[in-house]
Design a protein around this ligand. Structure first.
Ligand code: BZD
Length: 826
């Protein structure tokens, strides 16, 4: 089937040369089926077809990848390194097809081979190497960096087990291990030759070297080797293919050998097991005390490997160490990689022999820090004994950074010792702990929050003293999400309509969606818009049925809240409203209320009892409501198990209403809110995180706003909040709480939900009851708007039209301009 490129039209010739046409794909899939899977078509399993196609697509990435890597090595460019303990990249095949522009060809090729592309894609296990928003943000940013052709490397950990798989048994969350690597990972290239050693434990030793210079040596108790595992990150329809480099831990051979030689075979094996445990499993967030030591070890492990890798690349480029910060800028994705401040200093001082002043200048210029939370309980700190035991040399460096930093504070504010203790890198108030957010801030030239409100609150609260000291270092970069995955790939019906209406350019320039505004009132256009939404809802209804056995009516309003389960996100506020609706409908069966289907999805951290109870409550409500004949055709409740990137693809495009109802001031940004908006979903939400900007962009009239403002929340909590007052004042709320406490939603067991109800009525840390009445009133406005399809559809179109700001391309351009000093490069 060899085609001669010279006989084809120029574009087809080009495609064929790069093997991007359907015929060459088909040929390669068949070849790979035999040569890599050892199968022929008649006996190939669906998964064999997936692997054969995935390898064929990977081959097409590799040419671009190798050329991209080469050009970064050869040219005088600054490279952005995104350091993140999590990269929630999701399934790769579909995204790579979209970005290469060969989805239609792949579909045709697979069809010719008797396979359905969608069915093949559905088989892919997703790498769940993240907890939620923070990890997914890192993945969106890699997509945009490649698409904007910016030199970049993502650095993280190659977990053998990602985020747990959530099963629901008897209404409760049950965690199962995520075995994403069981059937192999065709996207990964392991590079055994790219490996670094990382020290742990032991002690330090000061000495004066031959030239009379003071040097510190770290005599480690053990070492672990980090091996690079690379995944190509293809930009959208460009030649750039960047790298995601994840580190896998291995035992250091020499250690084994030494032990073998002294005959301690089992000791050597144990050492190997311990070393390999390091990158074994991703820790869930919201786990206060679990696995502390291993988590710190993971952080240091991947940060050290990444910085050593950067030093090696610098050397390969023939650049002197003094140029480190000119060649690299490393963005710290929250405090998880903030040990980079101490580790870069250590490498520059102890390994490269620089003096403190020069090393500190390089470190600060090279590092920048993004904060993702203000919740005090989520700010990372490490107890000193643990830290000292694991990382004695980095700790010495932290002490020295702190000593010099606090001298500066004292000089600026003589006699203000309370400021000194507030700002110290060490919290001396209880057992002594290292404040990682302070370390990251002091060691960075730029610090940013992830939405305008969040960045303001960051400057006013958690990092107030620092913002006073260095106002010019503080920035805001509002988060964004990639329209390739969260629109083009997951909503092909809408994507086609957008192509036809505003041209294909929207995928790389989302602001072009503004062109939709002209059609917002066009009846024929509205009809097409609704038809697409309805088809997406029908598809989701099928997924819901197969995952839960619940039949939902696609004509109902799909009211969806998908995100990690947390009290500040207030899934229980939503649940309280559903209980109230249920009560109303029981009392008044003729009530004029549009049929609604409430869908929840999200994981609770395994050790977070209250979050798990909220899941049980939702499932309890679902069981009662869905089996009550009086609710038939009016109300449905679904908990969609194991919400992940893959199921998100079906959920965002099928929603009508997006629930963004966190307590104002608590959600740093949110990114699900943006994914919904792009897909024409209306938001009901508080003035929190990026909701503020979503409302600004969409127009207040196209957003359902309710609830207290961040200042009200702060004031109420300061002055003494009494949730019981709201219960007394609101009969419907009181009855809902009583019904829950009575065990009505748990087959009469009255003790199980008591802690939840008591927590709400006595403390209600996240003010769900204070916002309840306004939420209910707002939901009535939603109901009224929904009853008028022309109004609703108009609002839906305008939401998509005005979602341009929330593309991660915009966010990455801002990082490039304001923080990295980095421009796109062809
Ligand atoms: O980061 C989230 C915030 O809660 C969101 O508001 C924000 O939109 C996103 C992206 O900026 N934070 C997380 O997702 N945090 C974690 O997942 C996490 C993981 C490990 C340890 C602590 C927190």
């Amino acid at each position: 089937m060899a085609t001669n490129p010279t006989t084809l039209a120029p574009r087809a010739a080009e495609a064929s040369r790069h093997g991007l046409d359907s015929e060459s794909l088909q040929r390669d899939v068949l070849e790979n089926l035999v040569s890599l899977q050892a199968r022929y078509p008649a006996i190939a399993t669906p998964h064999d077809w997936y692997m054969a196609l995935a390898y064929s697509v990977r081959d097409r990435l590799l040419v671009r990848w190798v050329e991209t890597v080469q050009s970064y090595a050869a040219r005088d460019v600054r490279i952005a390194c995104y350091l993140s303990a999590e990269f929630l990249i999701g399934p790769q095949l579909g995204n790579n097809l979209v970005n290469l522009g060969i989805e239609a060809d792949a579909r045709e090729a697979m069809l010719a081979l008797g396979q359905d592309l969608d069915a093949v894609m559905a088989l892919e296990e997703e790498p769940g190497l993240g907890n939620g928003g923070l990890g997914r943000l890192a993945a969106c940013y890699l997509d945009s960096l490649a698409t904007l052709e910016m030199p970049a490397i993502g650095y993280g950990i190659r977990y053998e087990f990602g985020i747990f798989r959530q099963a629901i048994r008897d209404g409760w969350q049950v965690e199962e291990t995520d075995k994403w690597l069981q059937k192999g990972n065709p996207w990964e290239i392991v590079r055994p030759e790219v490996a670094y050693y990382v020290n742990f434990g032991g002690h330090t030793h000061s000495e004066t070297d031959a030239e009379g210079r003071f040097r510190v040596r770290w005599i480690a108790a053990n070492q672990v080797k980090g091996v690079a595992c690379d995944t190509p990150v293809q930009g959208y329809r460009v030649e750039t293919c960047n790298t995601l480099r994840l580190w896998r831990s291995e035992a250091v051979e020499s250690f084994d050998l030494a032990d073998f030689n002294v005959g301690d075979y089992y000791g050597a094996v144990e050492q190997k097991v311990v070393s390999e445990t390091l990158s074994k499993v991703l820790y869930p967030n919201d786990e206060p005390e679990m696995g502390k030591r291993l988590r710190l070890a993971q952080q240091y492990f991947f940060v050290s490997c990444s910085l050593q890798d950067m030093l090696r690349l610098l050397q390969q480029k023939g650049e002197p160490i003094e140029r480190f910060a000119d060649v690299f800028v490393a963005q710290l994705n929250d405090t998880h990689p903030s040990i980079a401040v101490a580790e870069l200093m250590r490498l520059l001082l102890d390994e490269c022999g620089l003096q403190w002043g020069q090393a500190w200048d390089i470190t600060q210029r090279a590092l920048a820090y993004t904060n993702h939370t203000l919740l005090p309980e989520a700010l990372e700190t490490w107890g000193l004994p643990l830290f000292r035991g694991l990382l004695p040399r980095p700790l010495e460096i932290i002490y020295e950074i702190n000593r010099r930093f606090l001298d500066e504070v004292r000089q600026r504010h003589p006699g203000d010792e309370s400021r000194v203790s507030r700002m110290s890198l060490i919290d001396e108030s209880g057992d002594r702990r290292i404040r990682m957010a302070h370390l990251a801030t002091v060691g960075s030239h730029a610090i940013n929050g992830v939405a305008a409100l969040h960045s303001t609150l960051l400057r006013e609260t958690v990092l107030r003293d620092f913002a006073e000291l260095w106002p010019e270092r503080f920035h805001n970069v509002t988060n964004g999400v990639t329209p390739r995955r969260f629109l083009a790939l997951c909503n092909p019906g809408l994507a086609r309509l957008l192509d036809q209406t505003v041209g294909e350019g929207w995928i790389a320039d989302l602001t072009r969606l503004r062109g939709l505004e002209a059609h917002a009132d066009d009846e024929a256009f509205q009809q097409r818009w609704r038809a697409i939404k309805n088809a997406n809802k029908e598809a989701l209804a099928k997924h819901i049925h197969s995952a839960t056995g619940v039949a939902v009516d696609p004509r109902a309003l799909f009211d969806i809240q998908v995100k990690r389960i947390h009290e500040y996100k207030r899934q229980h506020l939503n649940a309280l409203y559903i209980v109230a609706l249920y009560q109303r409908l029981r009392r008044e069966p003729q009530l004029a209320l549009a049929p609604r289907c409430f869908v929840f999805g999200g994981k609770a951290a395994p050790g977070y009892a209250m979050a798990k109870l909220i899941i049980r409550l939702i499932n309890g409500i679902a069981e009662v409501v869905n089996n009550d004949p009086a609710m038939e055709g009016r109300l449905k409740v679904v908990f969609f198990p194991n919400f992940n990137v893959k199921s998100a693809h079906h959920i965002y495009p099928a929603a009508d209403l997006s629930e963004q109802i966190s307590t104002a001031g608590k959600e740093a940004s949110g990114t699900g809110n943006m994914k919904f908006m792009m897909n024409g979903v209306l938001t009901i939400g508080t003035l929190d995180g990026a909701n503020v900007e979503i409302r600004e962009e969409a127009g207040a009239e196209n957003f359902f706003l309710f609830g207290l403002h961040a200042q009200d929340v702060e004031r109420l909590q300061r002055e003494g909040y009494r949730p019981a007052d709201h219960v007394t004042a609101n009969d419907e709320l009181r009855e809902a709480l009583e019904l829950i406490a009575s065990g009505h939603f748990l087959r009469g067991q009255s003790d199980v939900f008591r802690p939840l109800v008591e927590n709400l009525t006595q403390w209600d840390h996240f003010l769900a009851l204070a916002d309840y009445a306004d939420y209910v009133a707002c939901q009535a406005r939603v109901d009224a708007a929904w009853q008028d399809p022309a109004t609703w559809t108009r609002m839906s179109i305008l939401n998509t039209a005005r979602s341009g700001k929330f593309s991660s391309d915009r966010a990455i351009r801002e990082y490039g301009d304001r923080i990295w000093g980095l421009a796109p490069m062809k």
